[in-house]
Design a protein around this ligand. Structure first.
Ligand SMILES: [Zn+2]
Length: 465
């Protein structure tokens, strides 16, 4: 399984060849922990989850680093507004972030460094940049002189304008297309956290954090760097200038960026009332698994239009998948010529892997899954599923769980065992022609929100709620 990715740096699809055979080193820009992640952020984290899991499905061992930005202009401002120490304030949102990842089934990265735990590495990086002539001091702060780095702009295409060279910017998120000398180290200011260091008192700029932590944990060169498209400029452009300016070596080889998410066709904004966090959606009764399904259903390089209809649709698809899997489990072995054969399942496994290898084409991978499940349903209505096909299906579904991970868990979790027990009890009652008891069990299941259906292959159940 040879993976191909669209590399923002080269602007083309490239085969993925890790620096070290068999191992992929991956840096994923993490959240700034001043509030709850919104669904646009979550879309990017889910793309990175699919990336990580696809690398593993391809047989690579993965070392993933995701930073937690627990110091920047926003975290300082919000902690102050809440009347809390920075650490106590950001701790709260780091815990909320991990709860969101858990609910969305995002696999844990190997490292989640907090920026405030890497001040020493950041100071050392600034010292290297000063020694290499890329940095200068002004009014207690230290800036990166972009005119000293000829490669500036190679990721984003943004080039420094002649009249802007030497112009400085202190803010971390500055205007698009406005290439200026950016701040590496912010001199200590009254009322802001600061560190006493060899380069003077102050705190790191946001861009510096990612360069220092990625190189500390992955090495000065590594394979893949990811984020959202809005990170390309200035954040990732500045990371390249910092890292390559210090080492003189290429930094990350492949740069992958997830497109924006819009809500009902509009840019998400708190003022428009279309701004959602995962907990907003859960409070409205939505299943996090449906959120996962919807957010990964569109390939990461396409804009995703998040709609409530789409979210309801995703929940229905998950329920349909659950029903098919339950029917399959209850179906007796089949051997007729019309039974679903192993070859159909093997075809799915190939399609599925090819789709993921094709720049993580999740839409194509899901389409292959739905084709397979339709074939399974048709077979169950007819001559059934052969034993070799059933074994192959087990493997195929493990591949699905390994990357897309959208298979419902309710056959094993929650009240499923109790439901199974009642269904078996009812079947026994019917066989004994005790229809009063069978009906009483059916009513009890209905009260639990469970509908049952007697099919030629036995009784199946599904949730109605
Ligand atoms: Zn970053």
């Amino acid at each position: 399984m040879l993976l191909r990715f669209y590399n923002t740096l080269s602007r083309r699809l490239e085969d993925f060849e890790p620096l070290e055979p068999g191992r992929a080193r991956l840096y994923t820009c993490g959240p700034t922990v001043y509030g709850y992640a919104h669904i646009g952020n979550l879309r990017t984290f889910l793309f990175e989850d699919v990336l990580r899991r696809s690398l593993k499905l391809a047989g690579l061992s993965v070392t993933q680093v995701m930073n937690l930005t627990d110091i920047d202009d926003k975290t300082i401002r919000e902690a102050k507004a809440a009347g809390l120490e920075l650490r106590a304030y950001t701790d709260r949102f780091i815990a909320a972030f991990f709860a969101d990842l858990e609910a969305l089934r995002v696999e844990r990265a190997e490292h989640y460094p907090r920026a405030t735990d890497y001040i020493t590495e950041m100071v050392a990086l600034v010292e290297r940049l000063e020694a290499a002539g890329h940095a200068y001091r002004s009014e207690g702060s230290i800036y990166y002189r972009i005119a000293t780095f000829p490669g500036y702009g190679k990721l984003s295409g943004v080039r420094p304008e002649a009249n802007l060279v030497g112009a400085r910017v202190d803010s971390e998120e500055y205007d698009k297309e406005d290439a200026r000398d950016f701040v590496l180290w912010k001199g200590a200011r009254e009322g802001e956290p600061s560190w006493e260091t060899a380069i003077g008192p102050g705190r790191p700029g946001w861009h510096l954090e990612c360069s220092a932590m990625s190189m500390a944990l992955l090495g000065e060169r590594f394979d893949i760097h990811t984020g959202g498209v809005d990170n390309i400029f200035p954040h990732h452009e500045n990371e390249i200038a910092q890292s390559e300016g210090a080492t003189g070596e290429p930094f990350a080889r492949y740069w992958l960026h997830a497109e924006h998410l819009v809500v009902e066709g509009e840019k998400m904004a708190k003022s428009k009332g279309n701004f959602f966090t995962l907990r907003d959606l859960v409070a409205q009764g939505h299943d996090p698994l449906a959120v996962r399904y919807l957010l990964i259903s569109v390939p990461y390089r396409q804009k995703l239009n998040f709609t409530m209809d789409g979210l309801h649709g995703a929940a229905q698809v998950i329920e349909r998948i659950a029903n098919t899997l339950r029917r399959l489990r209850h179906a007796p072995p089949a051997a007729g010529p019309g039974a679903l054969a192993e070859a159909a399942v093997e075809a799915f496994r190939r399609d599925y892997r090819e789709a993921l290898a094709d720049d993580l084409n999740t839409a194509r991978a899901l389409a292959a899954l739905h084709t397979l499940l339709r074939q399974v349903n048709t077979a169950l209505d007819g001559e059934g599923v052969s034993e070799p096909a059933r074994a192959a299906l087990g493997e195929a579904l493990r591949d699905v769980a390994a990357v897309l991970d959208i298979l419902p868990e309710d056959e094993v979790g929650g009240d499923a065992q109790e439901i199974e027990r009642l269904v078996v009890e009812r079947t026994t009652a019917r066989a004994a022609r005790d229809f009063a008891l069978a009906d009483a069990i059916r009513d009890r299941l209905a009260a639990m929100g469970i509908a049952i259906e007697d099919t030629p292959h036995g009784t199946v159940w599904h949730r109605t709620g």
